[in-house]
Design a protein around this ligand. Structure first.
Ligand code: PSU
Ligand code: MN
Length: 305
């Protein structure tokens, strides 16, 4: 397995010395935002991780190689090729590798490669979940299955309400995945700080979160943790604006028969278009905010005994 895995030199050095590392995903770069803001954001996110004293490891598959830690030119390439790059979740990994192909990793695939490399903390924008209408479509993101089995904590701003957040929480509960609110007892809904749902545990410091993670894995309680970090107040969007855009996008997806792995990128792109630049700014701010918290947790994790 290790022969297929390329860990970047700075990431490998940090892991060998037990210094903090934060994993970052690449579907958000190739499929979640447009060029060149996607590349600018990916680099700013890496810088935010470094500023907090951790090493960033952006994860992807490039020319059949599993990459943990990318060079700038590699991030630029993924962002530039955008949607021409495969969207890779758990099921896709061996096929992309066998074909010598290039893929952007979802939360699920990023968790798998992070765990292979020994990285425990991961920052992104939003996770996949149970889609609205899942009772008929069966559309449940593989991210949730991965959270149930792979030992990586995912810092996110909750999930967008393109999903059924209530069913997403039920699914996570069934699979034993804790949902932690950072300095909040409410589940944030990505663009807004509040979804109407609660979290399982409120923790107010990176140290408290790191300690809970240590105990979970020391007890061999396999699986991930969702750490929900609300978008900063000053960048949150008005609920009515974002809700209207989401309803509109969902209706279009339905009319156009969009399904499967195309659903999430379609909805994200339409919501971004319908809200104009505002949602993109909010998205960038919340990802940076998550990167900082993930780095603080990674630093604290290293010092928990
Ligand atoms: N949600 C967002 N932004 C994203 C994604 C989800 O707000 O970029 C991406 C992530 O990579 C996530 C994936 O893992 O979409 C989920 O896709 P699906 O629903 O097809 O599993
Ligand atoms: Mn899906």
């Amino acid at each position: 397995m290790e022969s297929m895995l390329d860990i970047a030199p700075d990431v490998a050095a940090a892991l060998a010395a037990d210094r903090p590392v934060v994993a970052l995903e690449s579907t958000i770069i190739a499929h979640g935002m447009r060029y060149p803001r996607n590349v600018e954001t990916a680099i700013a996110v890496e810088d935010a991780v470094r500023a907090e004293g951790a090493v960033p490891a952006t994860i992807a598959i490039l020319d059949g190689r599993l990459k943990v830690g990318l060079e700038r030119a590699q991030i630029e390439r993924l962002g530039n090729e955008g949607r021409q790059v495969a969207k890779v979740s758990r099921r896709d990994i061996p096929f992309i590798v066998a074909a010598g192909g290039t893929g952007a990793t979802t939360v699920a695939a990023t968790m798998i490669l992070a765990a292979m490399a020994g990285v425990r903390i991961f920052a992104t924008g939003g996770i996949g979940g149970v889609h609205r209408g899942a009772a008929h479509s069966f559309d449940i993101s593989a991210d949730l299955q991965e959270l149930a089995q792979t030992n990586v904590a995912v810092v996110c701003a909750g999930a967008k309400s393109i999903l059924d957040l209530g069913l997403t929480l039920e699914y996570l509960e069934t699979r034993g995945v804790p949902v932690v609110g950072y300095r909040t007892d409410r589940l944030p809904a990505f663009y807004t700080r509040e979804s109407g749902f609660g979290v399982d545990y409120r923790l107010d410091s990176p140290e408290q979160i790191a300690a809970a993670l240590r105990f979970k894995w020391a007890l061999d309680l396999e699986g991930g943790v969702v750490i929900a970090n609300p978008i900063p107040e000053s960048h949150a969007m008005p609920t009515a604006v974002i809700d209207a855009a989401i309803e509109h996008a969902l209706q279009e997806a339905d009319e156009q028969g969009i399904h499967g792995k195309a659903t999430t990128p379609f909805l994200l792109a339409r919501v971004a278009e319908l809200t104009g630049g505002d949602s993109l700014e909010a998205n960038i701010r919340l990802v940076l905010n998550n990167a900082r918290l993930a780095a603080q947790i990674a630093v604290a994790y290293g010092s928990v005994e």
